[in-house]
Ligand binder design. Structure first.
Ligand code: AGP
Length: 613
């Protein structure tokens, strides 16, 4: 999870930025760098690895100045290395940029700029930003206008912070889409920009959070806020709570709300270092997977608990569809008691946010005992499920504090999608065109998530209508059937309302008797291969006087004409649709629970990690 810190003021920027990045270290990264304006020139120091590596470089080759920007990076495009680390200088050496997110159209921008003679030094999408700014500066625009044109031209969810040696009185920060936060901090004769509050907390408690499609021009005297389109705005100045926990929540009331919104950045980060968009290939180095091993796998058991198990149910669909390997999903607490059929060509894949869930660890041990290849998809670095596995995929979402799992549900969906592509690629069961298309679709995910999450106010309205219900049915089909289970669990565990996820096709075999005006039905009905089936399901519910909330794809007038409420999601590749269809369900559960005045982050009777049987 990338970290950004910028400073402009009377003090030396280097230690302020370096220490600010250290406070963002918990979020994980694989390279770091700082740029400061020194004697009217931009000096950059970058190093792969941990911040201490950069610290060592700064000792042997110090830089200091009163304006600077710094960055810790999860590699999304290009391997983690000094040459790919941020900040990135343009060709003139007069402009420097740091970025969080994915520039979806970077390949076409790179082609255009290369044809104009720009010589790219890195494999990153970030470098297209600094060259674009220089391109517009060369056309006669000043830094603010050159930056604005750049922000309007790049596509995708991104955070960008930049500065120029030729206009040394300002730093420009922008948030385009929902690729994580930008917080502006107000000092006395100095200003700060950062990707999260902890980075600047020791200097100021007065902050402003940028919204999507907003930019800020920071000077020593203060800050000017505008929309990317150029309208002047005056967002409020907030005073951040003094305690670090409250400060951690930043602009949010609960960790769960913050983590729901953080999914754009978490989904970007779980792609980090694993997707080669140009080659259309996936790399999962920590899985220790070889083509020989991939070819001999005959069966995969996915084992997990709760939300993680529902992520595994989506993974089953993805791996069977893309890699054509038989997959069974086994609840952790049941797996070791059913004497599973396992041999040396069987994989037991555990999914666990905490990596310490007793039932899941026991299932891994059962697989180990019977000679299986044991893998894990884990969020908590250094946890048991990560340590005891033969190979692992880190979710890379950063700490998940809310007991109700959100970003640690969507990240493993992407991780399993990538795993399926890698397995198919190594087994030679996928043609290059299909593989490239599947990989390319990953580029869309952060922005699709950001656009969906931005509709929270619409979801909150529906929450008001349903906050007093006593029970609810969640129905889904095909790849979105597990989303019915997950949506119901979210509502159950934080609002204490009974909810049941069900395969939609099963309703006619009994549960449909439940439907009446007191039993609302939530139908997950995006434009996927089961859309027509879900239309029929909605009709059946309405025919029984049921109240229907539908998750539907933008523009689906048929669903809109039938359902009582619609939670809209953008058009998306259906294999990736669960990552998106779950988002309004997370928000719905969150708002119903908060309207009921409940402790969303610490629901009664629940623990964040169930380390007992
Ligand atoms: C999810 O919202 C719940 N808190 C719970 O079901 C959780 O997913 C389950 O306990 C597994 O936890 P883990 O991912 O840490 O193994």
């Amino acid at each position: 999870m990338c970290g950004i810190v910028g400073y402009i003021g009377p003090r030396d920027a280097t230690p302020i930025i370096y220490n600010g990045l250290k406070r963002l270290e918990y979020r994980g990264y694989d390279s770091a760098g700082i740029a400061v304006l020194q004697n009217e020139n931009i000096e950059v120091r970058r190093e792969a690895g941990k911040l201490s590596m950069l610290g060592g470089l700064l000792e042997t080759s110090p830089i200091s100045g009163n304006i600077g920007i710094g960055h810790t990076r999860w590699a999304t495009h290009g391997a983690p290395s000094a040459r790919n680390a941020h900040p990135h200088l343009g060709q003139t050496g007069r402009v420097v940029v740091v970025q969080n997110g994915i520039v979806e159209n970077y390949l076409e921008i790179k082609d255009e700029l290369t044809s104009e003679g720009v010589d790219f030094k890195s494999d990153t999408d970030t470098e297209t930003i600094v060259h674009l700014v220089e391109h517009y500066l060369a056309s006669g625009l000043d830094l603010v206008e050159a930056a604005r044109k750049t922000f309007k031209y790049i596509r995708g969810a991104n955070v960008v912070v930049l500065m120029s040696a030729d206009e040394p009185d300002k730093i420009i920060a922008a948030r385009i889409g929902n690729a994580g936060g930008v917080v502006v901090g107000y000092g006395d004769g100095e200003m700060f920009a950062a990707s999260d509050v902890p980075a600047i907390l020791e200097h100021t408690r007065k902050v402003t959070f940028l919204e999507s499609h907003q930019m800020a021009v920071l000077t020593r005297e203060g800050v000017r806020f505008e929309t990317i389109d150029g309208s002047r705005i005056r967002p409020e100045i907030q005073t951040v709570a003094w305690d670090p926990i409250a400060a951690e929540k930043g602009e949010y009331r609960h960790f769960m709300q913050k983590e729901i919104q953080e999914q754009v950045r978490a989904l970007t980060d779980t792609l980090a270092g694993r997707v080669d968009f140009e080659a259309g290939r996936i790399r999962l180095p920590d899985l220790n997977l070889t083509p020989e091993l991939a070819k001999r796998i005959t069966k995969i058991y996915i084992t997990a608990c709760g939300t993680a198990a529902y992520a595994g149910m989506v993974g089953k669909f993805l791996i069977e569809k893309i890699a054509r390997i038989p997959v069974e999903v086994e609840i952790g607490s049941e797996f070791r008691y059913r004497d599973p059929i396992i041999d040396a060509n069987t994989v037991v894949l555990a999914i666990s946010q905490s990596g310490e869930t007793a039932d899941t660890l026991a299932a891994m041990e059962e697989g180990r005992r019977k000679g299986a290849i044991v893998w894990s998809i884990v969020n908590a670095i250094g946890s048991q499920a990560m340590r005891i596995a033969d190979g692992t995929i880190a979710m890379q979402t950063g700490p998940e504090i809310g007991v109700a799992s959100t970003k640690a549900f969507t990240a493993p969906l992407i991780d399993q999608y990538m795993l399926a592509i890698l397995l198919a690629d190594m087994r030679g069961t996928i043609d290059e065109k299909t593989r490239r298309e599947l990989v390319s679709d990953l580029r869309l995910v952060p922005d699709l998530a950001g656009r969906t999450l931005a509709r929270e106010a619409d979801v909150e309205k529906v929450a008001h209508a349903f906050k007093d219900i006593r029970s609810c049915l969640y129905l889904g089909r095909g790849i979105n059937m597990p989303i019915a289970y997950e949506g119901a669990l979210k509502l159950k565990e934080i609002s204490y309302i009974h909810a049941e996820g069900y395969p939609a096709g099963e309703m006619k075999h009994g549960p449909i008797a439940l439907i009446d005006r007191e039993m609302p039905v939530l139908c997950i009905a995006p434009k996927d291969p089961w859309h027509e089936k879900m239309i029929s399901q909605i009709q059946q519910a309405k025919a029984r006087d049921g109240i229907v909330i539908a998750v539907a794809t933008d523009g689906d007038e048929l669903v809109a004409s039938m359902a009582d409420h619609v939670l809209w999601v953008p058009k998306m590749p259906w294999l990736l649709s669960p990552v998106i269809t779950v988002l309004p369900l997370q928000q719905l559960a969150y708002h119903i629970a908060t309207l009921r005045g409940l402790d969303v982050d610490q629901p009664r009777n629940l623990a964040k990690s169930v380390t007992v049987e």
